[in-house]
Design a protein around this ligand. Structure first.
Ligand SMILES: CSCCC(=O)/C(O)=C/O
Ligand SMILES: [Fe+2]
Length: 180
């Protein structure tokens, strides 16, 4: 089950969970009602082969897709890119992501401008509607690999330009084995 919660206002490390005291979780219905964010659970063993994915793509006309890996080894201009992802922003298109490996947090503003943090892990597909303020951060494991879906090829900007390098996965796994 995907977890989503209202964030505290501390300036501590963005990669921490940032729960309020006491924690204030919200369920998927409330998340959708307050932000318009949609969530689909795909098979975590093999999200890409899950037949639900083909149906979602067809129903919503997601005709263009690519992959992104966010890790120090794989993402050129890593620090700058992550700063850009974590800077509050909005798009004229939906932001559609399916997590293939790793994990991270999407933060979205509710109707009262409060931040809600959504934890995403392998098999989680999230659709952030156009026009709502959001941001993304890695968690303390510092790795996520995700598919990105678009309705037609997007207009490329410095923010969304792809920079994939599959060899990075090997580097990451080696680091995991050696314990960084
Ligand atoms: C897990 S995808 C990385 C974040 C991203 O692609 C984006 O556009 C954030 O706004
Ligand atoms: Fe975005």
């Amino acid at each position: 089950m995907v977890r989503a919660w209202y964030m505290d206002s501390s300036e501590e490390d963005q990669r921490l969970e940032h729960h309020r005291d006491p924690p204030h979780f919200i369920d998927l219905d409330e998340l959708f009602r307050t932000t318009g964010v949609e969530y689909f659970k795909l098979n975590p063993d093999d999200p890409v082969q899950d037949e639900k994915l083909e149906k979602i793509k067809l129903d919503r006309n997601y005709t263009y897709e690519d992959q992104i890996i966010c890790s120090k080894e794989c993402l050129p201009n890593y620090d700058e890119k992550l700063r850009s992802f974590f800077t509050e922003h909005l798009h004229t298109d939906e932001e559609i992501r399916l997590v293939l490996e790793g994990s991270g947090y999407f933060d979205v503003r509710d109707g009262k401008d409060e931040w809600i943090r959504i934890e995403v892990v392998r098999g989680d597909m999230i659709v952030i509607p156009s026009g709502i303020y959001h941001r993304f951060t890695l968690d303390s494991k510092n790795f996520i690999k995700a598919k990105r879906f678009f309705i037609g090829e997007p207009v490329w900007t410095p923010h969304n330009r792809p920079a994939d390098n599959m060899e990075c996965r090997e580097l990451y796994l080696q680091k995991l084995i050696k314990g960084f």
